[in-house]
Design a protein around this ligand. Structure first.
Ligand SMILES: [Mn+2]
Length: 441
């Protein structure tokens, strides 16, 4: 777990980058699934990053520039309510939350509309995530308008509204050793889930049975949820990039592509593995698999401090383009295939994304029109793939084969560290693990 001092330090750091003003960061709302049943609650990542507080109906307010440079951190949250707690479980209430999470002040969420106009009065700037949630856009502008209506009494409304995400995205991009500890554990649990899936897969099993094995492994190690909807795609389903139905029978002779990772204490893992349903790659499957694996190795080698964001993608592309030519999928030279983008028939997505509290994490990819250089502490995925749909000009033995291999990688001083290396990846590792599978219990 990340210590409370770290959350306090993040708030201080945020305040130190603000001009004199006030930041307003609400957590996510609870969402109805149907009638009176709710989706499992997930806090807002920005709010959680700054507070560590997991309850719904909460707002963080940071006032910067108090008494020459200091900052004040205020939490609004649900009141204690013994009656409701019998039905819905424990809630901190402002006083206990202030104490436990290190806020300077804490109030009932019911006081928000009364106190925010006061707190915003005579502040020169408001920092919020304008456009992120319409409800909050309306509330913030409403509070500003209330102050404007009182300007004849000598008060002034904030003159500037700034997007707080510009500050927070940059902070979130660089993971602290404590965050990395959580991410390593999320990666470890998720790697175990992929191993379990390989051991439980055989012809005749349904995709949803394998999905259940993933969930089993996530939850039994304390991960709260999948970090995103698991993709369990057998055979041709692997060529649908966001396939999530997960309800087809797995056939002898097909590959199974699984893109799944858990969320642990707010942090995501994101792993893809592809393996044969019957435990043994066919020659055509092996050819494409080895190609994607080589592309991934080239991409991972290109992850290191000072290298640009797109270096791994470019490295993967060159290997894939050459492989597509060698296997008769593309024609011409690597340069012409790259230039014409003919490879996009088989590889149409990019090679990775930032990873953290969100599976597609916060952080800019370009600065001033240039892909930004990688720096130690950044975490990203490396996930080349190859998806061959049936077509007249494509050798028939490759039809309906979809392969993706995805790992989570930390940029280090020396180069990089693969966080998800416990998930088997080479042909030999996969075939060996699958050789002695246990029976589905
Ligand atoms: Mn991914």
């Amino acid at each position: 777990m990340i210590p409370i001092e770290s959350f306090i330090e993040r708030r201080r750091h945020l305040a130190s980058q603000m001009q004199k003003g006030i930041a307003i960061i609400p957590t996510a709302p609870e969402r109805v699934r149907n009638r009176d049943a709710y989706y499992p609650y997930r806090f807002d990542s920005y709010f959680y990053y700054l507070t560590g507080f997991g309850e719904p109906e909460a707002v963080l307010v940071v006032v910067a520039g108090v008494d020459g440079g200091a900052s004040k951190h205020i939490l609004f949250c649900r009141d204690k309510d013994v009656e409701r707690e019998i039905w819905e479980g424990f809630r901190y209430g402002p006083e206990a939350a202030r104490e436990a999470f290190g806020f300077d002040e804490a109030y009932s969420i019911l006081k928000l509309d009364e106190m925010l106009p006061e707190l915003m009065t005579d502040q020169s700037a408001v920092y919020c995530a304008m456009g992120h949630a319409t409800e909050w856009d309306i509330r913030v502008t409403g509070w500003i308008n209330q102050i404007r209506q009182q300007t004849r009494s000598g008060v002034s409304a904030p003159g500037g509204i700034f997007d707080i995400r510009l500050l927070l995205d940059e902070m979130r991009l660089f993971k602290s050793p404590e965050e990395l500890q959580v991410m390593r554990r999320a990666a470890e649990i998720s790697s175990g889930a992929h191993r379990r899936a390989m051991q439980k897969t055989r012809p005749g099993v349904n995709e949803y049975e394998v999905e259940a094995e993933l969930l089993h492994e996530f939850r039994r190690h304390g991960a709260q949820a999948p970090a995103y909807t698991s993709i369990v795609a057998g055979g041709a389903n692997a060529c649908v990039l966001h396939y999530v139905e997960n309800n087809s029978r797995l056939n002898d002779g097909d590959l199974l592509l699984i893109d799944a990772g858990c969320e642990l204490d707010g942090y995501a893992a994101d792993i893809t593995r592809t393996f044969p349903v019957n435990g043994k790659f066919s020659p055509a499957q092996r050819d494409l698999y080895q190609l994607v694996l080589s592309a991934q190795a080239a991409a991972i080698s290109a992850v290191g401090p000072g290298n640009r964001w797109d270096a791994p993608h470019e490295a993967a592309l060159r290997v894939l383009a050459q492989g597509f030519i060698d296997l008769g999928l593309c024609h011409g030279s690597v340069d012409t295939v790259m230039q014409s983008e003919d490879y996009k028939r088989f590889y149409m997505h990019r090679t990775g994304h930032w990873l953290g509290l969100d599976v597609h994490d916060a952080g800019e990819y370009k600065r001033d029109g240039e892909w930004r250089p990688l720096q130690p502490g950044m975490t990203l995925t490396v996930e080349p793939g190859c998806y061959v749909r049936p077509a007249d000009n494509v050798p028939r033995h490759f039809w309906n084969i979809g392969v993706r291999i995805e790992d989570d990688v930390l940029v280090t001083e020396a180069g990089c560290e693969v966080l998800t290396s416990a998930a088997p990846k080479t042909v030999a590792e996969i075939e060996e693990l699958m050789q002695d599978r246990q029976d589905l219990g």
